[in-house]
Design a protein around this ligand. Structure first.
Ligand code: NAD
Length: 438
């Protein structure tokens, strides 16, 4: 099959490269000339483990190419994927669909012969109908079927997730389009990944329902962590105790500084708005959004408390800035709120992240001092805060860290160390939802 992938970001690039690896011929299109130029030089515009090899292999096999010119890529394609961003619209929290509609218009004008247009971007229920209208207006004679195929990959494990997904969801009631989609994903049928065919609206809603459910799970355990702190229980053991129940499941039960990233915050907000407008508000999701927002600033208070409530003039070292490990994505990272809240309280910030510092500079104030290692970061700081649980932070030389720190204070927002061991090492140690003696 010939595929055009419109939007070569985290989703488009990974999906495009994986489809090429399945044996399809894929052209990845992006408006961003610098991105395309760097991809042509085999320099990845994002950090995603394994991506450079996957891209290089498929470029070499002539199955994957990159262009800024949408027209020929679409003209030759059997399937055109829209994988552009759908950020929160400023002010009201709705998904901003302007990039999706702009891409749809260009695709409509460029398509030749029967073409399946697949919305891979996360879009509110009913968007497929609107895309169909936009296409009809731009090119009334175009022979196009609009399909929903939301993406569930996780940054940091994106290739594995794409190639071995828990499921693929496809929303269409067009038989020709269904055949094209089945052919595109055929290698996954062989791997026994379930492919769920459904109608377009249901497919669109499945994506939001999944993200809202996961955000709820995280927020549930975060609130329980607060309760654990107040009653002397251990949230990690609570999570294990409930997670072993197959009806609940162990994943997404790690207490921490609140969810962030490019998906959960915007998708929960957009679902909330959709539901309000449809006259069936999702009160649970509304609460989750509110609780999670409050949590990020509560983490700055927690850090301040570890320094007797006053961080003015103190230096705080942050380990990890990205919203999770193994990505350079800084969108809605908890570190952003934490940094702003600490700066507002008069603190000075040093920071280290293995892959995210270039991105972080776009999101954080200039006053941050970026460092070259966890140890350089700790040097002279009054407290060390673990914000993101990169593997590299799990086995720090704590004796050295203690020597480097001005005060032996560690705030571990990801619970990667043991309170009892930290106490033995002489640290004043705070974590999330665990008593000091565990
Ligand atoms: P991104 O911002 O990394 O990439 C989007 C790309 O689209 C950019 O490179 C931009 O230049 C390009 N673009 C925009 N308009 C274009 C046009 N008309 N023609 C060509 N290129 C255009 O975004 P992302 O993180 O890959 O997310 C894309 C979509 O996938 C979003 O709807 C998101 O919600 C969804 N999604 C993301 C993830 C994730 O983990 N990032 C996971 C699942 C779903």
């Amino acid at each position: 099959m010939r595929v055009a992938m419109i939007g070569t970001g985290y989703v488009g690039l990974v999906s495009g490269a994986c489809f090429a690896d399945f044996g399809h011929t894929v052209v990845c299109v992006d408006k961003d000339e610098r991105k395309i130029q760097s991809l042509r030089n085999n320099i990845m515009p994002i950090y995603e483990p394994g991506l450079d090899d996957l891209v290089a292999r498929n470029v070499k096999a002539s199955r994957l190419s990159f262009t800024t010119d949408l027209t020929p890529a679409v003209a030759e394609a059997d399937a055109v994927f829209i994988a552009v961003g759908t950020p929160s619209r400023r002010g009201d929290g709705h998904a901003d669909l302007s990039y999706v509609f702009a891409a749809a218009r260009e695709i409509a004008r460029a398509s030749q012969g029967f073409t399946v247009v697949v919305t891979k971007s996360t879009v509110p229920v009913g968007t497929g109908d609107e895309v169909e209208i936009v296409i009809g207006e731009a090119a009334p004679d175009a022979d196009i079927a609009v399909v929903s195929n939301p993406e569930f990959l996780r940054e940091g494990a994106a290739i594995e997730d794409f190639k071995r997904p828990d499921r693929v969801v496809v929303g269409t009631d067009n038989d020709r389009a269904r055949k094209v989609m089945a052919e595109l994903y055929r290698p996954l049928f062989l791997n026994a990944s379930p492919i769920l065919f459904t109608d377009r609206r249901t497919s669109e809603l499945i994506k939001y329902a999944a993200n809202a459910f996961l955000a709820t799970k995280i927020t549930f355990i975060n609130e329980l962590a607060d309760l654990c702190e107040n009653v002397g229980a251990n949230v990690q053991e609570v999570a294990r105790g409930i997670g072993l129940d197959k009806r609940i499941g162990a994943k997404f039960l790690h207490a921490g500084p609140g969810y962030g990233g490019s998906c959960f915050p915007k998708d929960t907000l957009a679902l909330m708005r959709t539901a309000q407008e449809a006259g069936s508000p999702l009160r649970l999701v509304e609460t989750v959004v509110g609780v999670n927002d409050a949590r990020k600033t509560a983490m700055a208070r927690k850090i301040a408390t570890s320094l007797d409530g006053d961080v003015r003039g103190r230096t705080i070292a942050l380990l990890g800035l990205t919203f999770k490990p193994n990505t350079d994505d800084m969108r809605e990272a908890p570190a952003i709120s934490i940094v702003h809240a600490l700066l507002d309280k008069g603190a000075r910030i040093r920071a280290y992240d293995p892959e995210g510092m270039e991105e972080a500079k776009k999101y954080l104030p200039d006053s941050i001092v970026y460092t070259g290692s966890p140890y350089e970061c700790a040097e002279g700081a009054d407290a060390l805060v673990i914000v993101t649980e990169w593997e590299a932070f799990r086995a720090l030389d704590l004796v050295r860290i203690k020597e480097l720190l001005n005060k032996p204070v560690i705030v571990d927002l990801r619970n990667i160390y043991r309170p009892a061991e930290m106490a033995t090492l002489g640290f004043s140690y705070e974590s999330v939802g665990r008593p000091l003696k565990t």
